[in-house]
Design a binder for this molecule. Structure first.
Ligand code: SAH
Length: 261
């Protein structure tokens, strides 16, 4: 069994690493999610990018395109979003490596290849409203913003939600709404969603999120043990409400935590 897992691993795709010490304890507004008020972030000026980072990003996207089957529109969305805008400045020099990076609070921005694969797996047509659980840096949400009508994203660690909201605003991205709250509950007041994506791994598929998926919709999520190897699943809800599941392979995500942990 372990051998099998080890064989599967090189294919994939470390997206996030350990939470580290206890600093990642969430501070959450309970009793439902609240929208982030990003009225006092720093810095606030629009994000301006130079030719060098554009070149580095182009190389990264080309490398992903040669390895993975991704559509032209997903590749275009990856080209559009400056990943370095979503990582702390001391990580900028690594922003266009195909690797997860630390964003503080024991959390990570996902590996670009994983973002590409999950975005592709969502099978987006352009008019969807998407729920993302695990805003983190906001990078995945920014990529999605280029491909759909609206993204509602929920993050349990409030300072991360604030940073993400600020980065999105500096880039002029207006169709992403960041919420602070517990993703296990989803956002019932805004449901149903056409697509749902989880970027933290629950031990099993959260029932509330399946309920908030529209008929004909898809949910893409890692499911499995904490800090172990998880399965990246695509679950489709048929017009009759029946669920069909595909397994895209082994991945490793940070765990989806509960608000009382
Ligand atoms: N999509 C992110 C990757 C974030 S890593 C990006 O592009 O950068 C996963 C994130 O899920 C972490 O920020 C973590 O705090 C968050 N998370 C973990 N459990 C959660 C929960 N129950 N509800 C909401 N967010 C959660």
């Amino acid at each position: 069994m372990l051998d099998l897992l080890r064989k599967a691993l090189p294919l994939l795709l470390l997206t996030a690493c350990d939470r580290g010490d206890g600093t990642a304890r969430p501070r959450v507004a309970f009793g439902g999610a609240s929208s982030v008020d990003s009225s006092t972030p720093t810095p606030t000026e629009p994000f301006v990018e130079d030719k060098q980072t554009r070149r580095e990003r182009e190389e990264l996207v080309r490398a992903i395109e040669t390895r993975e089957r991704i559509s032209a529109k997903v590749a275009a969305a990856l080209r559009e979003v400056p990943r370095h805008a979503f990582v702390p400045q001391d990580q900028w020099h690594r922003a266009y490596e195909d690797t997860p990076l630390s964003i503080g609070y024991g959390q990570t921005i996902s590996q670009p290849t994983v973002v590409a694969m999950m975005t592709e797996a969502l099978d987006l047509q352009g008019n969807e409203v998407v729920l993302e659980v695990g805003t983190g840096s906001g990078y995945q949400a920014a990529v999605l913003a280029n491909l759909v009508r609206r993204v509602e994203t929920i993050e349990i660690i409030e300072p991360l939600a604030k940073n993400a909201s600020n980065a999105l605003r500096r880039l002029g991205i207006q169709n992403v709404h960041v919420h602070v709250g517990d993703g296990y509950a989803g956002l019932p007041s805004l449901a149903p969603f056409d697509r749902i994506i989880l970027t933290a791994a629950p031990p099993e598929v959260p029932r509330a999120l399946l309920d908030q998926l529209r008929k004909g919709g898809k949910i893409v999520l890692p499911v499995g043990p904490r800090f172990g190897v998880q399965d990246l699943l695509v679950i489709e809800k048929g017009p009759d409400g029946r669920l069909e599941q595909r397994n895209l392979g082994a991945v490793r995500f940070v765990p989806m935590v509960r608000h009382d942990e």
